[in-house]
Design a protein around this ligand. Structure first.
Ligand code: ADA
Length: 553
């Protein structure tokens, strides 16, 4: 399963989830491995970093153009169809597709060589404060494509002065055929229908639009996460050739000076940073565990999640859409130094990630903020140019959402003027012992002169480490659950009562595995231990502290 709803009623699709053959490159041992999944789930491979080969047979029932959709391979993939190389992809957190034209009926072989090594070739996956797993970590499907097919639909809603909703829609249609095609494009959304005749030149791709008022719809919000199916069909001489279904919500995100507004009303974000990580399954969480994370977040009184520090599995975004969570989704990058940003592959790999995830996730109503370049070299002139480039690229792809970059370059950041929302990561009480309120005042004063005035302000990270089960009631020594409570409470007490702040994202929801290389000295257990639940989601003392604060706000 790659989405929580059926995307096609006409196009034939087959889910390739299941057990695949797997072997480590140049080693004889063979494994039966789960897809989606990480190879770290195999005991012998729990720390393996290298290349692995996935293979399986697929059976095609009729001559067709075949489309293979990979929702996430960590981190580099080379794909072979019947032993022919058909494509390569870098980056674990974005989906990609490959089309094999005119595939004959019968058995075929699919082979994917996956690599999760760190090297100069990889600018974004580097040893980091989270783990880069290996494997086909998100779903894989195959589709039977007609010569002319719907590649994408986008939906943008706008609340007009008379409080009625208006929407702009686009359909991207691809014609693989060597002849011009003339077809009917039929749209359906919220009981309204619209048809248009579309003509596509041979081997071309084109966008078509529909714009309409929707006076009867219910707005999407955390309280009423109302969703609608947007369906488009391609019809030729009364024969339905192809279709695509998206699930959308009518909602609008705007800003008024320092306020962030949803559907014209100010919102306050009570959020958590969450990594995709769970013992045994690595970054490849099954739906049940994703949904349980949201059960816990709801119980904690949170209304927002930040997908630090990469685009998330679309199933999780679907859950957020239907459960009414607000999402800050982030481009892939964490804590890259200037030298790392100057890796010759950095610009290209970052641009590819943005180009892939923003259009792919554009229709999710839950996503209200795009983030980029968490804690990278925003204090340098070269870094600023790279920030500018990413802000520009995101805004070209989407003008309907604010864009931000979480910084920890206190008093030296050169990029706050680029943000729509200023976001700062502050670890008062953990990495320093300054009083929270005084530190916030200093930070705020600096923000006003550094290009961040008159913008919403989010505390995008704050928190403290606490090792599950480590108690020190009296001295509250570092890493004890008691010390974690003390620090988190002091931060929340200040931020939640300060009118200058629009939202907070606690670091972090659950403990997560980190890369041993470069991180072993500062991360006990090779984990980032700042979760309010541990990696198995067992609540620490801080759980009830946050729950109290979030429910009272
Ligand atoms: C950073 C970073 C997080 C995490 C956190 C920490 O601010 O953005 O990914 O590393 O600090 O735990 O120190």
């Amino acid at each position: 399963m790659i989405q929580l709803f059926q995307q096609h009623q006409i196009r034939r699709t087959q889910d390739l989830s299941g057990i695949w053959d797997f072997k480590v490159k140049d080693k004889p041992e063979k494994y039966q491995i789960t897809v989606p999944g990480c190879w770290e789930q195999v005991p012998a491979l729990s720390t393996y970093r290298g290349q692995g080969i996935y293979s399986r047979t697929i059976v095609i029932s009729e001559l067709t153009n075949l489309r293979l959709v990979f929702k996430g391979i960590s981190h580099t993939a080379e794909v072979y169809f019947d032993n022919q190389f058909i494509g390569r992809h870098y980056g674990a957190y974005t989906s990609f597709d490959l089309i094999v034209p005119q595939v004959k009926a019968g058995q075929h072989q699919l082979k994917i060589v996956v690599d999760n090594r760190f090297s100069e070739q990889s600018a974004l996956h580097v040893p980091n404060d989270y783990y880069t797993y290996g494997g086909l970590t998100r779903g894989v499907v195959l589709e039977y494509l007609s010569d002319t097919y719907l590649q994408a639909l986008t939906f943008t809603s706008h609340l007009q002065a008379d409080q009625q909703w208006q929407a702009e829609l686009t359909a991207t249609i691809v014609n693989l055929a060597a002849q011009t095609k003339s077809l009917t494009l039929a749209w359906t959304l919220a009981d309204q229908r619209y048809q248009q005749t579309v003509t596509l030149a041979a081997n071309s791709q084109q966008k078509f639009t529909w714009s309409a008022d929707f006076p009867e719809v219910t707005a999407w919000s955390p309280q009423t996460p109302q969703l609608y199916f947007l369906q488009a069909e391609l019809i030729q001489s009364a024969q339905k050739l192809d279709d695509l279904i998206e699930r959308v919500g009518f909602r609008e995100v705007t800003m008024k000076q320092t306020q962030l507004l949803l559907n014209g009303r100010p919102i306050f974000l009570k959020g958590f940073n969450r990594h995709e990580d769970y013992p045994g399954v690595g970054c490849s969480l099954p739906l049940a565990l994703m949904n349980r994370d949201l059960d816990l977040l709801e119980d904690l009184g949170a209304n927002a999640v930040r997908t630090c520090h990469y685009p998330n599995d679309e199933l999780f975004l679907d859950l957020c859409d239907q459960r009414g969570f607000l999402v800050w989704e982030e481009n892939h990058a964490r804590g890259l130094s200037l030298a790392q940003m100057e890796n010759p592959n950095f610009d290209r790999q970052s641009a590819a990630c943005i180009q892939e995830f923003i259009p792919a996730h554009y229709n999710h109503p839950s996503i209200i903020i795009w983030g980029l370049l968490n804690e990278c070299a925003s204090q340098t002139a070269i870094g600023r140019k790279k920030y500018q480039k990413q802000f520009k690229q995101i805004r070209q792809l989407d003008q309907s959402r604010p864009v931000t970059a979480a910084t920890r370059q206190h008093f030296t950041d050169l990029c706050l003027d680029l943000d729509d929302i200023v976001s700062v990561n502050m670890y008062s009480g953990w990495y320093d012992d300054h009083p929270v309120a005084a530190q916030l005042d200093q930070e705020y004063a600096w923000i006003q002169h550094a290009g961040g005035d008159n913008k919403p302000l989010i505390i995008s990270e704050f928190g403290a480490g606490g090792i599950y089960g480590d108690h020190d009631y009296f001295a509250k020594s570092k890493w004890s659950e008691e010390r974690q409570v003390e620090i988190i409470a002091a931060n929340l007490e200040t931020y939640l009562h300060d009118e200058r702040i629009t939202g907070v994202f606690l670091w972090q929801f659950a403990d997560c595995r980190v890369t041993e290389q470069e991180w072993f000295a500062t991360r006990p257990r090779t984990y980032n231990n700042k979760g309010v639940v541990d990696e198995y989601r067992r609540p620490k003392l801080a759980y009830s502290t946050v729950k109290k604060y979030y429910h009272e706000k």
